[in-house]
Write a new protein. Structure first.
Length: 357
């Protein structure tokens, strides 16, 4: 049956699409550029000594950008404070963004053990939405009360078939470049729309998880949602173009361009973080040699806000000594003290500026 926006798209074609729809010079040109950018990024990432420096900061940025695509907004400052603080209750939208971060990080940990499977998909959705259900057994539609733009497949048997094919394609060693497969998988997941809500965010988590699974990148730090958010109308119109007209080439070029641009921006950010880290090491060594340790300086870069308990729990210093260290770093102008109730948070000002650009 031909596609109709007001009818469940149960005839959604299985993956992969016919080669003539996507094996084009335009696709392979931008693919080569995207692969080169990703290879450079992957090769440069080890200059950051503690993986948590990138995972905490960049995954939070991905959470913020992906959520804002769905009109869930919070500020970087609220997000970083909520991630560090245990004494204040974040607002509902900040909580929702933090759940995205938890979903991505937990899924990455589980994926390293079991790969991408249906329980992983359902767990991502449950964490993002703070719900207990799984794959839907009811029809849904995308649109508003005036117009239905798209009606996803329905219901149990059809969704089971579509998801099984999706998972098989994700695991298949079929010679299709992983970056192209990532883009195909993302379209197909959004078209299947397996959950009642949160499909966009779940699908964007799966983008970066897939790239880590196939070894394109070692850590889930490529936040494509920044690019998607900047070109959101194109994102949605190109998804529709595949559904309505089989326009795979334009969709793949868009997603590969997103990979290329994001890889270059992430590389630039990693270089800036590394330079700031080295400058901070030199400053503390020179101006406060009596408190210097590499572990102390590294802790200031795990996330923008630091606090006494972070130093204590990592074995860097006792509580009293940790307080002295952090206050000394305030005197040096490296940190800035902020009081939230009875809690003292210490902001790495320059790191925060880098991440907020």
């Amino acid at each position: 049956m031909a596609f109709r926006s007001d009818q469940p798209y149960n005839d959604l074609p299985l993956l992969p699409p016919a080669k003539e729809a996507w094996e084009t010079l335009a696709v392979y040109k931008v693919l080569a550029e995207a692969r080169a950018a990703m290879a450079e990024l992957k090769g440069r990432m080890p200059i950051i000594p503690n993986p948590l420096m990138l995972i905490n900061t960049l995954v939070l940025q991905e959470a913020k950008e992906s959520s804002s695509i769905e009109n869930i907004f919070t500020s970087s400052d609220k997000l970083y404070k909520a991630f560090a603080s245990t004494t204040t209750e974040p607002d509902s939208q900040t909580k929702e963004v933090l759940r995205y971060r938890t979903a991505l990080y937990d899924a990455w940990q589980k994926q390293q053990e079991s790969g991408i499977d249906l329980p992983l998909l359902e767990n991502i959705y449950r964490k993002i939405k703070d719900k207990e259900d799984g794959v839907r057994d009811t029809p849904v539609y995308i649109g508003n009360r005036f117009q239905v733009v798209y009606t996803p497949p329905c219901c149990h048997d059809v969704l089971t078939e579509k998801l099984s094919d999706w998972l098989n394609f994700a695991q298949a060693d079929d010679g299709i470049d992983p970056l192209i497969k990532m883009a195909m998988l993302h379209y197909q997941f959004e078209a299947i729309h397996p959950f009642t809500d949160g499909n966009g965010r779940t699908g964007r988590v799966l983008n970066v998880l897939y790239l880590t699974q196939v070894g394109i990148i070692d850590q889930p730090v490529l936040y494509l949602s920044q690019y998607i958010n900047a070109f959101k109308s194109d994102y949605y119109s190109l998804l529709r173009g595949v559904t309505e007209n089989g326009e795979w080439e334009a969709w793949l070029v868009y997603m590969l361009t997103a990979v290329k641009a994001t890889a270059k921006e992430t590389l630039n950010l990693i270089n800036q973080i590394h330079e700031l880290l080295q400058a901070t090491v030199a400053k503390v060594k020179t101006e406060a040699e009596d408190i210097y340790s590499r572990e102390l300086v590294d802790m200031l870069f795990v996330q923008p806000y630091c606090k006494i308990s972070f130093l204590v729990e990592s074995g860097i210093a006792s509580r009293n000594t940790a307080s002295k260290y952090l206050n000394r770093l305030v005197e040096l102008g490296i940190l800035e003290l902020e009081k939230i109730g009875n809690e003292s948070l210490y902001l790495n000002k320059q790191l925060y500026k880098l991440l907020s650009k």
